[in-house]
Design a protein around this ligand. Structure first.
Ligand SMILES: Cc1cc2nc3c(=O)[nH]c(=O)nc-3n(C[C@H](O)[C@H](O)[C@H](O)COP(=O)(O)OP(=O)(O)OC[C@H]3O[C@@H](n4cnc5c(N)ncnc54)[C@H](O)[C@@H]3O)c2cc1C
Length: 504
């Protein structure tokens, strides 16, 4: 059976990202796309930090970056600063670009370690342009200089955004391309008795919307994928036990400029995010209800803000894990209905993005096949597991023993997949990236070294390096990064020229 009508249930970030991307297929084939959302239910309203592939998502939609950032109070993001994770008082940046470049088939950090052993005291960070720009509060895009100076390293960046404004921006985009928005609360879902396929959703008003293919973007409730199709959920709370968050936006009362990075500040039973937009900071405290109550979590957050709160605290509950199938029958789950991992590495919007990519490449409007579903599910499961392991690393690689929470995560059993990764790194600094996993060698290195896991041995090849010759390369690398950062404008100055925010 061909697909002529696609129905998207939910109009949060996931729903409108899916609508905007799918609206582009309308140009080639006559397919109706309807998005149903309920203002009365609203959206989760958080989700403000992104990672670099998100820039590519918007480019694919041919969205003008300056216009987008102006509309969504956007700022640039060069990485995440983790504070108090390995130990209290320590911090490091997980940058969005690589440390140096690979040399003689070795990763840069393996070569760097050899130099360190030979008495070179330069920290790894000076070989990463994003980290250095972040430390100095500077920013520039590669396009601004690479035509004149292609010897300078590129700058990898993402955005900080106002989630509500981003959804509204995409709504305009998708509606312009013919997506029909239907306001109303879904009160009933009909399923075909034989195939088990969803056939329609009915709104409280009585209006019925039929469809051949459904995208469940209804948030944590999983209206179609779970409440209707009973797909099942695999919990990962034994490894990622945080299950609550409280969000509280605030001003920057001292008028300080927005830093070009996200902050993730560990507390006694979880951590706090700080996301700088042009007009305010997004803040939240993710915590574990087994070790901390709502009042205490709120008090900690309120005591660590850069300015006056701009809303009432928004308390959220979640269960970390994933849907057992992301594509079931004629329903694909995207966003919070597909699963949830805390926003420690800003991966949720990214998973919406890659879900849409996979759907766009696998979907045939001529009908749904089992192999499409199986492929989508296999690839998505793999992606979730790799990200899960990376997040667990942040909790487990710690020396903190100052609370029951940290004692639990420091001593918990971790998945074998992660254990192997850590053991191999310890042996000689090797990072094996599994298939097309999101996080790069530099990402794993940043977190492992940032949180106290060291390379105990050397890679066998490193001994063959001519140190004097290689030192020159290292010096040039460091100097070009220093030159680049010195010549960058401040982040706030760049924003003011490139994409000043429209009035809030
Ligand atoms: C504490 C927290 C912090 C986060 N921070 C980040 C971050 O920094 N970076 C990041 O990438 N991600 C982050 N996320 C995740 C991010 O917020 C979500 O991935 C993103 O907002 C997508 O949400 P959604 O669209 O799936 O769900 P929602 O925003 O909940 O939207 C659900 C939609 O479904 C509609 N709906 C539900 N039921 C019905 C019904 N019966 N009838 C009609 N409509 C219905 C609602 O009206 C709404 O439009 C965070 C999440 C949480 C919980």
């Amino acid at each position: 059976m061909g697909i002529e009508k696609i129905v998207i249930v939910g109009g949060g970030t996931a729903g409108w990202m899916a609508a905007a991307a799918l609206s582009r297929i309308k140009a080639g084939r006559n397919v109706d796309i309807t998005l149903v959302e309920s203002e009365a239910i609203g959206t989760v309203g958080v989700g403000e930090a992104t990672i670099p592939p998100f820039v590519g998502f918007n480019e694919l939609l041919e969205i003008d970056e300056r216009e987008l950032l102006s509309e969504i109070q956007g700022t640039f993001n060069l990485g995440i600063q983790f504070e108090n994770w390995g130990n209290r008082g320590e911090s490091y940046i997980h940058p969005f670009g690589a440390y140096g470049y690979s040399m003689g088939g070795l990763s840069f950090h393996q070569v760097w370690k050899r130099f360190k052993q030979a008495g070179d005291n330069r920290p790894l960070q000076v070989f990463n342009a994003e980290t250095m720009a972040a430390y100095f509060g500077k920013f520039m895009r590669s396009e601004d200089y690479q035509k004149q100076r292609d010897d300078l390293p590129p700058i990898n960046y993402a955005y900080h955004l106002d989630a509500g404004k981003y959804a509204a921006f995409l709504r305009k985009y998708a509606e312009r391309l013919g997506v029909v928005r239907q306001e109303g609360k879904v009160s009933d879902v009909a399923v075909d008795g034989e195939s088990g396929f969803v056939t329609s959703v009915t709104l409280e008003s009585g209006a019925q919307i039929t469809g051949d293919f459904f995208i469940d973007c209804s948030g944590f409730r999983g209206l179609l994928i779970e409440q209707t199709l009973k797909t099942g959920y695999e919990e990962w709370t034994k490894w990622l036990p945080c299950d609550r968050a409280v969000a509280l936006p605030c001003g920057r009362d001292d008028g300080s400029p927005p830093p070009p990075f996200t902050r993730a500040i560990a507390h006694s039973a979880g951590w706090q995010w700080q996301v700088p937009l042009q007009n305010r900071n997004g803040n939240g405290h993710v915590y574990c209800s087994q070790f901390m109550g709502d009042d205490e979590a709120h008090t900690i957050l309120a005591g660590n803000l850069a300015g006056t709160p701009q809303a009432d605290p928004n308390f959220l509950r979640f269960v970390t894990g994933r849907r057992k199938k992301f594509w079931n029958k004629n329903v694909v789950a995207l966003g919070l209905s597909a699963g949830f991992m805390e926003p420690l590495e800003s991966t949720s919007i990214h998973l919406i993005n890659t879900g849409i990519d996979k759907l766009m490449s696998l979907l045939s409007l001529d009908g749904i096949t089992q192999v499409q579903q199986d492929t989508f599910n296999r690839l998505t499961e793999r992606e979730y597991i790799r990200i899960r392991d990376f997040l667990i690393l942040h909790y487990n690689a710690t020396q903190r023993d100052d609370s029951e929470f940290w004692n639990y995560v420091r001593t918990m059993e971790i998945p074998d997949t992660l254990r192997q990764k850590v053991d191999i790194f310890k042996a000689n600094g090797q990072i094996y990236r599994e298939e097309d996993e999101l996080f790069t060698e530099s990402s794993w290195t940043a977190v492992m070294m940032g949180q106290g896991i060291s390379m105990e041995g050397n890679h066998a090849m490193v001994e063959t390096f001519d140190l004097e010759k290689t030192r020159k390369e290292l010096d040039e690398m460091e100097q070009s990064i220093r030159f680049l950062v010195q010549n960058m404008p401040g982040h706030a100055e760049y924003l003011a020229k490139y994409c000043p925010a429209k009035a809030a």
